[in-house]
Ligand binder design. Structure first.
Ligand code: MN
Length: 284
């Protein structure tokens, strides 16, 4: 099932080129007092919401996808987790490009571990507001996992049981010498979309083609079968450091082809089994 958040926090069921408004399915989410449980309430109750959405599919108002503004399908993650240098071909280009490495030796995820991005996600329809336009601002397209239930010290074998959904991530990055967690946490630099696809629709997340074009130019095109830490390993490793909560997002890393964007560009992202999303780039 493909579920989107659109316009003013409406919930949609995506069917082909249409969105069916199933916002009333959100009524199955239990109300909580303060403090709310850690994590995103939609994702924590995703099975029940999807069951209700399915009931509403016939009667809900039907809209054209191109007429709605797509927001991030996860509203309140506790963490957006990044996977640095998780493809060897991206290691190679980073070692050769001074605009990426700034004179530093670049290693792989085995050396760096993980990092945290700003958890205030934006959606495809929000677009990216460029900051620090005197510096290089790069796209990094990344297949992204949305954690479905609380996970701590999860084994490699059981790791995918904890994935609730998949989506496409953009780990937007201003290049420079500061910590990754700063350069990749600028407002609007964590994009998730265009919707979520429930985990049952993705047979193997480590065999997905994905790509990004900027305008007509193909920049990145790879497959998750080339990940250094595959999807299961990222969950096993991450959950050994911190508890993963429903709605936490793991951006699995970017392949070769990272490059700059400028105001006025449109990024066209694609992932097999998920779909396409177009993301506008603007001056902040
Ligand atoms: Mn990245």
């Amino acid at each position: 099932m493909k579920i989107c958040r659109f316009n003013d926090d409406r919930l949609g069921l995506v069917e082909g080129e249409d969105v069916v408004d199933v916002t009333t399915a959100l009524e199955v989410i239990p109300t909580t007092g303060w403090p709310a449980p850690q994590g995103d309430a939609l994702i924590a109750n995703l099975d029940a919401v999807c069951a209700k959405a399915w009931e509403l599919a016939e009667s809900g108002e039907r809209l054209a996808l191109y007429d709605v503004v797509l927001k991030s399908p996860v509203a309140n993650p506790t963490k957006v987790i990044g996977a640095p240098v998780n493809y060897y071909a991206h290691l190679d280009e980073s070692q050769e490009d001074e605009g990426v490495n700034f004179g530093r030796e670049i290693k792989t995820i085995d050396h760096y571990g993980l990092f945290l991005k700003n958890p205030t996600l934006v959606g495809a329809g929000d677009g990216v507001d460029l900051h620090f336009t005197d510096r290089r601002n790069d796209h990094e397209v990344e297949v992204s996992m949305i954690i479905g239930k609380t996970a701590k010290n999860v084994s490699y074998e059981n790791a995918l049981d904890y994935v609730g959904a998949y989506s496409i991530g953009l780990d937007m990055t201003v290049r420079g010498t500061e910590e990754r967690s700063l350069r990749k946490a600028i407002d609007s630099y964590s994009v998730l979309g265009p919707w979520l696809v429930t985990a049952d629709e993705i047979a193997d997340p480590d065999k997905l083609n994905f790509s990004i074009h900027v305008g007509d130019e193909e920049r990145q095109n790879s497959n998750t079968d080339k990940l250094i830490f595959d999807c299961k390993k990222l969950i096993e490793y991450g959950s050994s450091f911190y508890t993963l909560y429903p709605g936490d997002v793991i951006m699995t890393g970017t392949p070769e082809g990272v490059g700059p964007v400028k105001a006025g560009d449109t990024m066209h992202c694609y992932c097999e089994g998920i779909g396409k999303m177009d993301v506008a780039v603007r001056a902040a």
